[in-house]
Structures are given as C-alpha cells and as structure tokens.
Design a protein around this ligand. Structure first.
Ligand SMILES: Nc1ncnc2c1ncn2[C@@H]1O[C@H](COP(=O)(O)OP(=O)(O)OP(=O)(O)O)[C@@H](O)[C@H]1O
Length: 300
C-alpha cells in the first residue's frame, strides 16, 4: 500500500466568525503531486500555514511522515508560501548564499539546485535581469536548498505571464519526476489538471471532493461533428437510439451527447448507413472545470 506522507484529521481554524478550515480530513501519498484546489478564501493558504507551523490550528491533528510534527520533520519540507524577497543587484548564487545563511543550511547545493531549476546558465546574472518565470524558479531553487522530501507551493504561477506559467508547470513536473512529493494550492483548475496527479477540492474550509486527476478526466463528454449538410446531420443524429442532446458550438460544429451504452463505432456506422458523410469527428474531452463548477454548485 502507498505510504502516506501527510495525514490530516479533524483540522479546524477559525478567524472571528469565519471558519477558515472546517473539520478537514486529508491524506497525501508519497510521490504524488497533490493539488489543493478551491476558490479564493476557501482555506488553502490557512491549511498550508498550519501544516508548516506558521499558523496556529484551533483543533484537530496532522502527521507528517506518520508522526506528530516536530522541528526536525519540518526540515524535511521545502515551502514557498509567499514570494521570497531577493536582492535585485545580487546574482542568483549570491541571493541563494544569503538564503542558506538565514535558513542555516549548507551552501554546498547551490549550483545543484540552480541546475535543477534550469538557472545554471544565468547563475551569475543579477536577479533584476531575470524574467518573471526565472524569478519564480529561483524561489523554487531556494526551497530546494535543504533537499526536502516534500515541496509545498502556494499558487506557484500567480502573477506570471504565459511563458512563466509554462516554465513553472514544467519545472514542477520535473521535480516530481525526481521523486519528491509536491503539495500545491491553486485556484486554477487548468493548473491542477496539467500538473497534479491527485487533488482535493476545498470550499469554505471544507473538503468537498478528493480523487485522482486521471480518474476525474476519464471518459469523454460526447463528440463534436461536422458534415457538409448540417440540417441532415442534425436530423439523423436526433434519430440515433442513444441520442441525448445536441447543440451547435461557437465553431459551428455540432456537439452531441450520447448515453453511455453505445460505442462510438456504432454511432459512426449509423451515420454512414443513413448516408451522412462527416467532415469532422472528435471526442470532447472531459475537463475538470465543468466538474469543479458542478461540485461547487452542488454543495451550495
Ligand atoms: N489572518 C487572518 N485573519 C482573519 N481572517 C483570515 C486570516 N487569514 C485568512 N482569513 C480568512 O480565512 C478564509 C480562508 O482564507 P485563505 O487565505 O486560507 O483562503 P485561500 O483559499 O488560500 O484563498 P486565496 O486563494 O484568496 O489566498 C478567508 O475568508 C480569509 O479572509
């Protein structure tokens, strides 16, 4: 059975009349990229703060590596909760040397972590010459200095341009492939879908879903079709026994929902038998977004 690196049970935190974390139960397996997904104010940062010992919990418990939290265990965790401040005129190496002094960790891994985040070539350039993505990569490098087993990131792509976002997502996947467990908070479904293996959805401090990304994306949500004669296509599609619904999308293609019992080949054969020649046929992939919105609205 997979080893749990983190177990949270009955965790609570209240700020005045706001229940920021509400009876939270969560397990994170070793080697996963775990996404804590939820809208703004759903308690993600508070939860990470408690797990890192910077926010006091009201009640409940959590275990890192199967044990009650201790200072020694915390050294096995690397985290970026807020963007660290780096000196603009100092290089990547010089900035990391300062981080090592503050964190009281050896500076022997500086080049290794710069290599790991793809900054080795720019190690000697001043921080102020870095792109947004490079600045965030340096932040991640600083969290990796102590060679932690778990890397914890709060909204790692916040404020980045598309290029920076792509760089950071790729880096997170690379770090995970090197065997580290990653826990990241994000309000971006797309991010969780692209980067995480497992995720939990929080709403007003409560966990309303936990599962794997792969299972959540399994299957499809119908097919997208186009034929030269759209009106004939619509009428033939509507007469297929497992037809459920259809609508024209913004690309002028027909999105068709079928009930699960018919394989797509059967549907295709039916169209051919009825003399419909398709110019386009594609699956509509499931997205987490739709499910996330359904989850949030179902719970309210
Ligand atoms: N120090 C604090 N004092 C008072 N209320 C707080 C404090 N920190 C968080 N909260 C409140 O607790 C709730 C959860 O906030 P939290 O920052 O944990 O959510 P989040 O999911 O991380 O949201 P965001 O993505 O906006 O950071 C919010 O309603 C927030 O306003």
């Amino acid at each position: 059975m997979a080893e749990n690196i983190l177990e949270i049970s009955g965790l609570n935190k209240r700020y005045g009349n706001i229940q920021a974390v509400n009876d939270l139960e969560l397990k994170v397996e070793k080697g996963t990229v775990f996404g804590l997904l939820g809208p703004n104010g759903s308690g993600k940062s508070t939860t990470l703060g408690i797990l890192l010992g910077v926010v006091q919990k009201d009640s409940g418990m959590f275990k890192w590596f199967g044990e009650e939290p201790t200072a020694a265990q915390r050294r096995r965790l690397g985290a970026i909760l807020e963007s660290p401040t780096f000196y603009p005129y100092l290089s990547g190496i010089q900035n990391l040397k300062i981080v090592c002094k503050i964190k009281k960790v050896s500076d022997s891994r500086i080049m290794e972590v710069l290599e790991q985040v793809g900054l080795a070539q720019r190690a000697k350039s001043p921080f102020k010459t870095y792109s947004l993505g490079m600045k965030q990569r340096l932040a991640i490098a600083s969290a990796l200095l102590s060679d932690p087993e778990v890397l914890i990131l709060d909204e790692p792509t916040n404020g980045l341009d598309p290029q920076g976002i792509a760089e950071i997502r790729e880096l997170i996947v690379n770090i995970a492939e090197q065997g580290k467990t990653i826990i990241l908070a994000s309000h971006l479904l797309d991010e969780v879908q692209k980067v995480c293996t497992h995720f939990a959805v929080l709403k007003q401090g409560e966990k309303i879903f936990q599962g794997t990304v792969a299972e959540s994306l399994m299957g499809n949500e119908g097919v997208e079709l186009l034929a030269e004669d759209l009106e004939t296509l619509k009428s033939v599609v509507g007469s297929f026994p497992s037809f459920v619904d259809m609508k024209l999308n913004n690309l002028g293609r027909l999105e068709v929902q079928l009930s699960n019992e018919s394989p797509i080949q059967e549907f295709h054969r039916f169209l051919i038998d009825k003399g419909v020649v398709l110019t386009h046929l594609a699956y509509i992939n499931k997205s987490l977004e739709k499910q996330f919105l359904q989850l949030l609205s179902a719970e309210s």
